[in-house]
Design a binder for this molecule. Structure first.
Ligand SMILES: Nc1ncnc2c1ncn2[C@@H]1O[C@H](COP(=O)(O)OP(=O)(O)OP(=O)(O)O)[C@@H](O)[C@H]1O
Ligand SMILES: [Mg+2]
Length: 208
């Protein structure tokens, strides 16, 4: 599950890219959009037929009922502003939670509060769901990134990857692709940055 109460931090971008990553590994993947804004479902509608299939699930309407029984992975795009009971109910569906965070003071403060709330949810505090943070839209050599780096290290939440700000994400979304499906000469720097995140997702450390 990709989740952060803060809007616009890259939840749908990460969810669609994680889904396409596992689909290209040959796994049976469902992408469940719990956000009525439908960014993940819109992306799936743009997806070319010759690419590995990803099953669309409108989680915001019917929950996970339409997930194929043989799915290896269910990737969930959670809506912004999830708090309280809604947050607890969403977390019930999750084994692994990825929290994207932008290098901005407003985002770091909002994410701090969100991480506190998330860590207090029973399923997370009992370690039945694992969480990790991912820095997103990072521009090298900016002071605020140093703050984010320090903040995430201190947040006592594993900080597994830093993804740069890149047009590749916009380009890929527009074409219904993930960055792993863009040509290597364009996307290799992004592939390298994703390596620790995909390694963490595959590892037992990410599983409850
Ligand atoms: N690493 C990146 N580089 C460049 N653009 C990015 C990157 N990550 C996200 N974006 C862009 O930032 C915007 C917000 O991203 P996205 O829609 O994934 O966030 P979100 O958390 O799902 O937002 P919402 O809370 O509205 O659901 C989009 O225009 C997306 O293309
Ligand atoms: Mg979104």
């Amino acid at each position: 599950m990709v989740m952060n109460a803060k809007g616009g931090c890259g939840k749908s971008t990460l969810a669609t890219n994680i889904a396409s990553y596992f689909a290209n590994e040959g796994a049976i993947v469902a992408l469940a959009d719990y956000d009525p804004q439908r960014s993940s479902l819109d992306w799936l509608e743009r997806r070319p037929e010759n690419r590995p299939e990803i099953h669309a699930v409108a989680g915001f309407k019917g929950g996970l009922r339409r997930v194929p029984r043989n799915a290896d992975y269910v990737i969930i795009d959670a809506p912004a502003r999830s708090h309280g009971t809604e947050l607890t109910n969403l977390v019930k569906h999750a084994e692994t939670i990825v929290v994207p965070v932008l290098p901005s003071t407003i985002d770091m403060q909002a994410t701090s509060r969100f991480l506190d709330e998330l860590k207090a949810v029973g399923k997370v505090s009992r370690k039945q769901a694992k969480i990790a943070a991912v820095a997103n839209r990072v521009r090298d050599n900016t002071l605020i990134f140093d703050d984010l780096d320090e903040y995430l290290t201190k947040a006592r939440v594993p900080y597994v990857a830093a993804l740069r700000e890149a047009q590749n994400y916009v380009r890929a979304y527009t074409r219904g692709l993930g960055i792993f499906e863009l040509p290597e000469y364009l996307a290799w720097p992004d592939w390298e940055e994703w390596e620790p995140l995909t390694a963490w997702l595959r590892s037992v450390r990410s599983q409850p």
